[in-house]
Design a protein around this ligand. Structure first.
Ligand code: ADP
Ligand code: ZN
Length: 289
């Protein structure tokens, strides 16, 4: 019998539930608006009761507790999203469906999908959206000891034209997320990223920061490939700007054979790589058990 795998992309605005087959093809999917914790999880359960799967992977907004030995395993931790702090999103689904469930971050799911799609084993994924998330996979395994990586909050140096901007991170002000997330564009210019003119210097400032983050992870981890996704990257000119700054900053210190193959945007539109990643992570549970 062909197995069926489930994916939940648990986001701050919607929970996308999908069922896939052995070839990672989506059989059915549904976007459930993120309302209250109880209502949202109930709808996820109803979807998978109607559309049964053999195993499920959940990639969630965070921060989340991924430590299986922790009492809070499966919980969303101190999120600014009201009503979603310290709620367990694995337990009720597990109880209702009684199937193996893999729980991870949303960006880990995307990274896993991209690893498969690019046929590599060592990859870093950044998502530049409302926040900035990061994931690293080394030899096919997620990096993260007692918690998942928080690369979005790394410190970077200021662009000379941005010294007076304090950044928007509620915890650190001018960390990477504070300086290069979507809301940082709005805080500087009063315009959302999607409304800002293409010739604004802010794009170059943003690209400089993202390039620094890629430089840092290149030097620390030496991945084969870096994927940059998220809403801000739907500005297609950003990829070239980032590569330009990255090349300058790296100054040929380590060899990057082909920068066009090293820094890329996601292979699938609309974060579709997260769905594929989840199908694969769900499949892994059945192989391991
Ligand atoms: P989220 O991070 O909330 O899951 P996104 O990855 O779409 O969702 O990120 C949303 C952020 O990206 C917002 O700050 C938004 O203004 C910005 N954004 C969305 N689309 C664009 C675009 N086309 N150009 C620039 N910024 C964008
Ligand atoms: Zn921060």
């Amino acid at each position: 019998m062909m197995k069926r795998y489930g994916s939940v992309e648990a986001g701050g605005t919607k929970f996308i539930c999908a069922v896939g087959n052995e070839n990672n093809e989506i059989i059915i999917s549904e976007a459930i608006p993120t309302t209250t914790y109880e209502e949202t999880i109930k709808k996820v359960i109803v979807f998978f009761e109607k559309n049964r799967v053999d195993a499920l992977a959940i990639g969630s907004f965070g921060p989340v507790d991924l430590d299986i030995s922790s009492e809070q395993y499966g919980c969303i931790l101190n999120t600014p999203k009201q009503g979603w702090t310290n709620v367990n999103i694995v337990l009720p689904i597990q109880k209702a469906l009684n199937i193996p469930i893999f729980f991870t971050t949303d960006v880990n799911s995307s990274a896993y999908g991209e690893m498969h799609l690019n046929g590599c084993n060592n990859l870093v994924y950044y998502t530049i959206g409302t926040g900035i998330g990061g994931s690293a996979i080394q030899n096919g395994v997620f990096i993260g000891g007692i918690g998942h990586p928080e690369m979005g909050h790394q410190l970077i140096k200021k662009h000379p034209l941005d010294v007076n901007f304090n950044g928007v991170c509620p915890l650190h002000g001018d960390c990477l997320e504070g300086l290069a997330s979507g809301p940082s564009i709005e805080a500087r210019t009063g315009k959302k990223g999607q409304e800002l003119e293409i010739n604004s210097t802010v794009w170059d400032i943003q690209a400089y920061y993202i390039a620094q983050a890629i430089l840092n992870t290149t030097l620390v981890i030496r991945p084969e490939l870096v994927i940059v996704g998220g809403g801000v990257m739907s500005q297609h000119h950003m990829l070239d700007r980032i590569k330009m700054h990255f090349k300058k900053l790296l100054n040929n210190y380590v060899t990057i054979e082909d920068i066009d193959k090293y820094i890329k945007t996601p292979s699938v539109e609309n974060n579709g790589s997260a769905t594929i990643g989840n199908f694969l992570l769900a499949k892994n549970l059945l192989i391991k058990n």
